[in-house]
Ligand binder design. Structure first.
Ligand code: PXP
Length: 241
């Protein structure tokens, strides 16, 4: 089980003053020292946190795979082809949202996503689609040619009652099983933290977890290395029957 640490919110603090501190690149280095297997950044159209310079410097310096989250737009596809991250995760993007609100609408955007996947593959980049926990959406993802899916865990993470938690876990499990059946590598992420991660880490077919806000929130208090190490311990300690 790999852990890719999303450092967007280090950049959020930096952009609050439009200066150079704290540097998400430094945070990424410390995350790797704490045991991160990969680093994730989301380059948004509005550059509200990660900026182009972060992508360029991380690409030149990181010792672990860089996953670039981005919208399937021409601008971003060209950016990815020019910088060549190890992987691109295609996500929906709305200007007004505080964070990615859900998985891709793969049912309505199948052709557009297929085209984006093809262009990214031509550039030699592996592609993951961020999808809702639905077996149908996973099946459509396969048709686009994507190599992986990342199952959206946000509704599970935000569930307000044990019953909803259970229902959401069942949906995640069904989507993971479908992806595994189809031979897609399957990851999970969004809203995961130190309290809710183990139920997801315990699903055997899940290969990687993509976690940002929870780790950065703890890192503000205990330091980046320590925050990543604590998350890594929780993930590796869990039984995967
Ligand atoms: N996975 C995807 C596709 C995302 O868009 C995000 C948020 O950028 C995450 C995972 C991480 O979510 P969080 O910050 O809630 O851990």
């Amino acid at each position: 089980m790999i852990l890719s640490v999303n450092v967007d919110h280090v950049a959020t603090v930096r952009q609050a003053r439009l200066g150079s501190d704290p540097d998400p690149v430094a945070a990424a280095v410390l995350a790797v020292l704490g045991g991160a297997d990969g680093i994730t950044i989301h380059l948004r159209e509005d550059r509200r946190h990660i900026i182009d310079r972060d992508l360029d410097v991380l690409r030149q310096t990181l010792s672990v795979p860089l996953n670039l989250e981005m919208a399937a737009t021409d601008e971003m596809i060209e950016k990815a082809a020019a910088t060549l991250p190890a992987m691109v995760t295609l996500v929906p993007e709305k200007r007004q949202e505080l964070t990615t609100e859900g998985g891709l609408d793969v049912q309505s955007n199948g052709e557009r996503l297929k085209d984006a996947v093809t262009r990214l593959h031509e550039a030699g980049i592996e592609v993951s689609l961020f999808v809702n926990p639905s077996p149908e959406d996973v099946e459509i993802s396969l048709i686009t040619g994507a190599d992986r899916v990342e199952i959206h865990t946000g509704t599970y993470a935000n569930a307000s009652t044990p019953q909803i938690v259970k229902q959401e876990l069942q949906k995640i499990l069904a989507a993971v099983q479908k992806a595994a059946e189809l031979g897609l590598t399957v990851n999970a992420g969004h809203g995961l933290n130190y309290h809710n991660v183990q139920a997801i880490a315990g699903i055997k077919a899940v290969s990687g977890l993509y976690i940002g806000h929870g780790i950065i929130s703890r890192a503000v208090l205990v330091g980046m290395e320590q925050a990543v190490r604590q998350m890594k311990n929780l993930i590796t300690q869990v039984r995967r029957p």
